[in-house]
Design a protein around this ligand. Sequence first.
Ligand code: SAM
Ligand code: SF4
Length: 316
Amino acid sequence: MKDAFGREINYLRLSVTELCNLRCRYCMPEEGVCKLRHEDLLTEEEMLMAVRAAAGLGITKVRVTGGEPLTKPNILSICRGVAQTPGIRETALTTNALRLPELAKPLRDAGVSRVNISLDTLNAEKYAYMTRRGRLEDALRGIDAALNAGFAQVKINAVLIGGFNDDEVPALAALTKQWPVDVRFIELMPMPGNQSFGPESYIPVNSVLDALPEAAPETEDGVARLYRLPGALGRIGLISPISQHFCGSCNRIRLTADGKLKPCLHSAEEYGIKGLDEAGMAGQMRRAILAKPPCHGTLDAENRSRAARGMSQIGG
Ligand code: SAM
Ligand code: SF4
């Protein structure tokens, strides 16, 4: 359906858990997030009911996210249920890849067609530092498994952080020569929980092009402006939620693991659906879509997101 500003809302980001096996510094506090009470979480049946309600309102694409979705014990049956929902044409997943070696093929068989993998650095020490507990080699094994599982598309997302990985732009971009993947650089967002990043960390994603003079522009793909290195198998994407936001073409709505619909990533406004039947969920979804603001306010190191949650509790 269309929102109050004529934007067609056809994309649901479904967060299936707020928990994660990593603690990325821009996303989660070191101690993790407060575990929600089991009875406050959406059950699998409720998630799938919400997806049916969403499909009834014109949602055609669902991205399963988290927290880390692959830590959810019933992730395969959630993905299968989403993919089999009439009206859902695309089921995608965003993951840190750590559990992909065992789950990539079963996810593909469950109907997941596209996978986005988060990888901010190719340096093992920096990876351990940023994730506070992960091993780069495990993430790379996960990427390898994804590439061999037959997904229609595998993308790698890197959050661009000044002073941390801006020196790695050429190395990360070169992955598009090695593998048939798109590598997308995303601007760091000033979420409530990541105050340790100073102004120097927030750099415009256009700076990627300074490091890649040979990149040639290609057509846009959703929120990403695309480029290609000579002879590369995949493309480079630039995603600029801060320096050039894409609110005017926003097509999405978000559902958290505890059943809160978020009209906007950067607003505290939420609409609960826990415990409702499908018609009740559809009603709340309609309200949430009609409550989408035209745009969020200014975001930078001083003007932080008004989201009442960290990114791991929203799903990115
Ligand atoms: N755990 C999965 C993963 O890392 O891909 C899925 C959930 S994670 C919250 C989704 C995406 O949000 C990741 O690509 C992550 O890099 C991104 N993200 C988290 N915090 C962010 C921030 N402050 N600014 C920009 N991107 C962020
Ligand atoms: Fe976990 Fe993903 Fe957040 Fe990293 S970005 S802490 S992997 S939810």
